[in-house]
Design a protein around this ligand. Structure first.
Ligand code: TA6
Length: 302
């Protein structure tokens, strides 16, 4: 059995023969749905998320580039909107490739890779003006039976060097935030964005549980290949490993979520946790013609 790919109405979706599926908007190359073989949704998507390209999607996996958050003291990106322009630009679908892979009993495809592209020519005038550099992004979404991989190749198509940050802003769906613990962040340094002034701390040797608003940028002590695991009621649900993405942002708006016009239901914070793989501490510098690659592998453990 083959992978079923549809590319219509500014969306690309793929379903594996075993039932796993993924749905991606060309708007921001935003993954808005990832389901397991039983059709269970793994990502949180706000009931009021804009899916018409009118604003960044509140949920799923938005792609943050070339700046994480706002960088007022970074001249080259200071005038860009929060999290940059990638998640609010129209990407091109570059095509797909499937792989039989090992372990296929029914001769069906065991994974499918969907590629998306964005370059300076895809940007609106405001973005081109705010960040006048020639660049190329190729974002690959690979759906497998065990999980989802998202990786991006960043290329400097220009004549001079520039620098960027990149992050995959994954909203994981969970049943009850009060039962969630995150491991893999133990003894890591982290920036707490909720303190004034913003502070740098070191996390304890215990797993992280969440009982109030959290907005932290961790640099896990174990490095990118050490898994960060989201567990619920003691059972692992998602395991995240990274390639070239040294930071992990943990965010839950808690009851402040209700103050965001596109966050619904108001108590939706109980059903989500953002654990975001990124290269967001400092800046990645690319010389003319150079490329950089980074990505995450999310294994659906349950
Ligand atoms: O990922 C954490 C964060 O930077 C938070 O500070 C919060 O702003 C969140 O991203 C959502 O940002 P957005 O621009 O999507 O509302």
């Amino acid at each position: 059995a083959q992978v079923n790919i549809t590319h219509a109405n500014s969306r690309v979706s793929a379903v594996l023969p075993t039932g796993e599926s993924v749905e991606i908007l060309l708007y921001g190359a935003t993954i808005v749905s990832w389901k397991d073989a039983t059709g269970k949704e793994k990502l949180f998507l706000s009931q009021k998320a804009a899916l018409d390209g009118s604003k960044a999607v509140r949920g799923g996996i938005p792609l943050v580039f070339p700046v994480f958050g706002k960088a007022p003291d970074h001249a080259a990106t200071a005038t860009l909107p929060q999290h940059g322009f990638a998640r609010t630009s129209r990407w091109e679908f570059l095509g797909k490739s499937t792989s039989e892979g090992s372990g296929t009993t029914d001769g069906g495809d065991s994974s499918v890779k969907l590629d998306f592209g964005l370059s300076q020519s895809n940007l609106d005038e405001a973005s081109k003006e705010a960040w006048p550099y020639a660049f190329g992004l190729i974002y690959s979404v690979t759906l497998g039976r065990e999980g989802l991989m998202t990786s991006v190749v960043v290329r400097n198509e220009g004549e001079s060097a520039w620098e960027f940050q990149v992050l995959m802003h994954t909203y994981f769906r969970i049943n009850d935030i009060s039962k969630v613990s995150v491991s893999g962040l133990e003894t890591s340094s982290y920036i707490d964005k909720l303190t004034t002034p913003i502070s740098t701390n070191t996390s304890p040797s215990s797993t992280l549980s969440i009982s109030s608003k959290i907005d932290r940028v961790y640099t896990p002590a174990g490095g990118p290949s050490a898994p960060v695991v989201i567990a619920e009621a003691g059972k692992p649900k998602f395991s995240i490993t990274r390639d070239n993405l040294n930071e992990v942002v943990v965010w839950n708006p808690w009851t402040d979520g209700a103050s965001m016009a596109d966050f619904a239901p108001a108590d939706g914070y109980r059903n989500m946790i953002c654990v975001e793989a990124g290269a967001v501490k400092g800046w990645q510098k690319l010389e003319a013609g150079e490329t950089w690659e980074g990505g995450q592998i999310v294994t659906d453990v349950v």
